[in-house]
Design a protein around this ligand. Structure first.
Ligand code: SAH
Ligand code: SF4
Ligand code: F3S
Length: 437
């Protein structure tokens, strides 16, 4: 019998990307073979994101595109956050879909595959009341040098704009010993960078009697021989403790970069968002980071046009950018999402106004990044070589602070190596340099 073929496309955040690595590994273990075009696959899977409306629409566009190929030995499945959010409604919206499963059900994937193979055309995995985390020894990682490890799944916060608590369920931390074991295994397999993942890594709490908190787990992962870089994402400011800064200061293996999403610079908007910190409390965390011995890069996420955001509120966000001088940021127009508290709030901001605010914010940040990146000209930074940009004749490198630093020189076949690069030019989003030999 020839192996069944599958195709998987992934949308959304790193947690989804890593879930897909686990799903792929599970399918391969079940005897499936991966193909790189949906046309060639018997099982077509989309691992979906629902964080903003645009992300959600993407999957329905995809499903529309291939609708006519359904039946004829082809089966479609929707995984991830849209699957969890929409549940069985997906079968109505896209009747050619046969599998709908959220991330809390992936441990049951093998059983669900058996049902699909038996010809069941309405297979679901939508339970959220699970204590389980999705751990599998079969993970098939995309990158041979950098590996993701999920340390905590779900989210117990209730930010007024956010679907994640509904799409990923309550928080579940993984046992610390399991995390360390996986990281050791990765080091032994030649991985040098570990990225610890969770929607709110700061509320990590080892469920075993050791009871490690996040800073302890981070420090332990940083001690594993062979691991040269440890990153983590995402930190919620409310739960971000000074012990994390101390851990970074104590061990250069822990990357000097913290992503600390602020969302807004206005305390009243933060309150409406139910973020559970004020601007001043947030700035206290920034102060810890700036007073650290190491030079820690700080990045953030911002939402513009949250319901009720006045021009004065927005100006406070712009002021915050000047005050913090972020190394980089992701900014988004508020997108109303199902089930969330903000959906019913009055004072929704018109689309045109959101667009305008986003443009102003992006422009301001661009100037800040040009300034900050220019300060690095002449400095030597260590990069992990990620690839080759043939058209530019450059190697692609990443610094510990998570900046892209492309460079020339340094010899051949460098991918996966670490080497010092002197910065010669700076743009708003990346640096260019020459390998120091
Ligand atoms: N757990 C992370 C965020 C995950 S979502 C945290 O708490 O920081 C990533 C980012 O998407 C958020 O930080 C937020 O800036 C943005 N986002 C989430 N919901 C959104 C919505 N409804 N509209 C616009 N942006 C949103
Ligand atoms: Fe969403 Fe807030 Fe949880 Fe982040 S902390 S995933 S923004 S609810
Ligand atoms: Fe999207 Fe789900 Fe991640 S909504 S951002 S894929 S947690």
């Amino acid at each position: 019998m020839t192996a069944k073929t599958f195709y998987l496309e992934t949308f959304g955040c790193q947690m989804n990307a890593h879930d897909s690595e686990k799903v792929v590994g599970t399918l391969l273990h079940q005897g499936y073979r991966q193909v790189d075009a949906p046309e060639a696959a018997e099982l077509v899977l989309y691992n979906t994101c629902s964080i903003r409306d645009k992300a959600e629409q993407k999957v329905f566009n995809r499903l529309q595109q291939f609708k006519r190929q359904a039946g004829k030995g082809k089966v479609f499945g929707v995984l991830g956050c849209v699957a969890q959010q929409e549940g069985e409604r997906i079968f109505e919206k896209a009747p050619h879909v046969s599998l709908v499963a959220g991330s809390a059900s992936y441990t049951k994937l093998p059983e669900m595959l058996v049902q699909l193979e038996a010809g069941n055309r309405r297979v679901t995995g939508l339970s959220l009341d699970t204590e389980e985390t999705f751990e599998t020894p079969f993970t098939r990682r995309d990158n041979p040098h950098r590996a993701y490890i999920t340390i905590i799944e779900g989210c117990d916060k209730s930010c007024a704009y956010c679907v994640v608590p509904f799409t990923r369920g309550p928080e579940r931390s993984r046992a610390g010993a399991g995390v360390i074991e996986e990281a050791r295994g990765l080091a032994a397999a030649g991985y040098t960078e570990i990225q610890l993942l969770g929607q709110n890594v700061n509320s990590y709490r080892d469920p075993s009697p050791t009871g490690w908190d996040f800073a302890t787990l981070l420090a332990r992962v940083g001690e594993i021989p062979g691991i040269r870089r440890v990153r983590f994402t995402t930190s919620h400011p409310r739960d971000f403790g000074k012990d994390i800064v101390d851990a970074i200061d104590a061990n250069p293996v822990l990357c000097n970069h913290v992503h600390l999403p602020v969302q807004s610079g206005s305390s009243s908007v933060l309150q409406l968002m139910d973020r559970s910190y004020t601007r001043d409390e947030y700035l206290r965390r920034i102060e810890w980071l700036k007073k650290a011995r190491r030079n820690i890069a700080i990045t953030t996420d911002i939402i513009v046009g949250f319901p009720g955001e006045t021009e004065a509120d927005f100006r406070q966000t712009l002021d915050l950018l000047d005050e913090v001088e972020y190394d980089s940021l992701f900014s988004f127009k508020y997108s109303p999402r199902p089930n969330t508290a903000a959906l019913a709030m009055g004072d929704q901001i018109p689309e045109a106004e959101k667009t305008l605010r986003l443009m102003i914010l992006v422009e301001k940040q661009r100037a800040i990044q040009i300034r900050r990146n220019s300060e690095l000209i002449g400095c030597v930074e260590e990069v992990l070589v990620e690839g080759r940009h043939e058209a530019l004749g450059q190697w692609i490198g990443r610094t510990a602070q998570n900046r892209t630093l492309n460079f020339t020189g340094g010899g051949e076949a460098l991918v996966g190596r670490y080497l010092p690069v002197r910065v010669t030019r700076a743009g708003p989003n990346s640096l260019v340099g020459e390998a120091v030999v």
